[in-house]
Design a protein around this ligand. Structure first.
Ligand SMILES: NC(=O)c1ccc[n+]([C@@H]2O[C@H](COP(=O)([O-])OP(=O)(O)OC[C@H]3O[C@@H](n4cnc5c(N)ncnc54)[C@H](O)[C@@H]3O)[C@@H](O)[C@H]2O)c1
Length: 309
């Protein structure tokens, strides 16, 4: 098979200044295959470490690639606009947006401060939202865009991660909605649920925790980046999907419904009596792909949106 390349494409990768980090690995891979890359990071926890957005961009340039660094925050609308502007000023456009920046607080419901709860939503959910809004008109106008949102298995509901799980679950739904909206403009939006040994794992998990050891021994950031690149490529075959990438494993995570029950005269007691049928997972589980199409069919406003140029 021919190498999948990104010549002439420009990618923004947010939160890509750390080492080891997932964003750095994504930026290096995209650049090694021809993409111009904006390496973004606020370098918050990087001060004592040698790696920053600037040094990652320098690494790319030293290897013969094209990159610039950007230190704006994704957590505000102005910051996101400034990151987009860096791409416009330097490379004249944006084709790929990898919403990778993220933070986590491992804390019980009664422990996490209101400010930390809010900060998690601001960076992990509003960050991708502001970034997507910043690039959207540009991508819509040129009829092309690839957006990859980095979510997390935590969206399934890990204990002590309510804020983080909510932000990543929100990002999964945001991905579905932007995929539906972007389809007619050639904008594809997908999510990647990764695992890799990075400073986030170092900072949020105890060393004797089994998942810390598994991640450390088996999961390299570089094993996640091919999935991000595949979904960021022109030939990406899907939109609105979530692909898990960890330690070389690549699989799909999706929403499903059970067959359930149907009774026009439904009552509380009937639900109690037939609960097993409501809840049971069977071979009849269905992926609610149609939700996206149903929305489009029933939304006059969607139909009224300008056609792709
Ligand atoms: N490492 C894992 O196993 C794992 C698992 C699931 C999901 N993730 C997700 O992967 C992504 C990358 O995380 P990582 O593991 O490489 O950790 P990381 O801490 O190395 O990377 C996250 C980066 O985001 C940056 N950042 C924070 N706030 C920012 C802001 N407002 N604007 C711009 N940058 C900001 C940080 O400075 C940091 O460099 C995150 O979204 C994380 O939630 C990681």
């Amino acid at each position: 098979m021919n190498e999948l390349r990104f010549d002439g494409r420009t990618a923004i990768v947010t939160g890509a200044g750390g080492n080891p980090s997932l964003g750095r690995a994504h930026a290096l891979l995209l650049a090694s295959r021809g993409a111009n890359v904006i390496v973004n990071d606020i370098d918050a926890k990087h001060a004592p470490s040698a790696s920053t957005a600037k040094t990652v961009a320098e690494e790319i340039v030293a290897a013969g690639g094209n990159a610039v660094h950007d230190n704006n925050s994704v957590a505000t609308e102005e910051g996101a606009r400034a990151i987009f502007q860096t791409a416009m000023d330097t490379f004249g456009g944006v084709d790929i947006l990898v919403n990778n920046a993220g933070i986590i607080y491992q804390a019980a419901m009664t422990e996490i401060s209101a400010a930390d709860f809010q900060r998690t939503i601001d960076v992990n959910l509003m960050g991708p939202a502001w970034m997507t809004r910043a690039v959207w008109q540009h991508m819509q106008d040129k009829g092309y865009g690839r957006i990859v949102n980095i979510t997390s298995g935590s969206m399934a509901g890990f204990a002590l991660q309510a804020a983080y799980a909510a932000s990543k679950g929100g990002l999964f739904s945001f991905t579905r909605a932007t995929a539906a909206e972007g389809e007619r403009y050639g904008i594809k939006a997908n999510a990647v649920s990764p695992a890799g040994f990075t400073r986030m794992v170092l900072g949020s998990q105890e060393e004797d925790c089994p998942s810390y050891q598994t991640t450390k021994n088996r999961m390299r950031p570089e094993q996640v980046s091919p999935v991000v690149a595949f979904l960021a490529h022109e030939d990406c075959p899907v939109t609105g999907e979530c692909i898990d990438a960890m330690g070389g494993m690549v699989r799909r995570t999706y929403l499903a419904t059970t067959e359930g029950i149907m009774d026009l005269d439904i009552t509380v007691e009937k639900i109690a009596e037939r609960w097993d049928e409501v809840i049971a997972g069977t071979s009849e589980q269905r992926v609610p792909y149609a939700l996206m199409d149903a929305f489009k069919l029933h939304s006059k406003k969607y139909e009224a949106q300008p056609e792709r140029l």
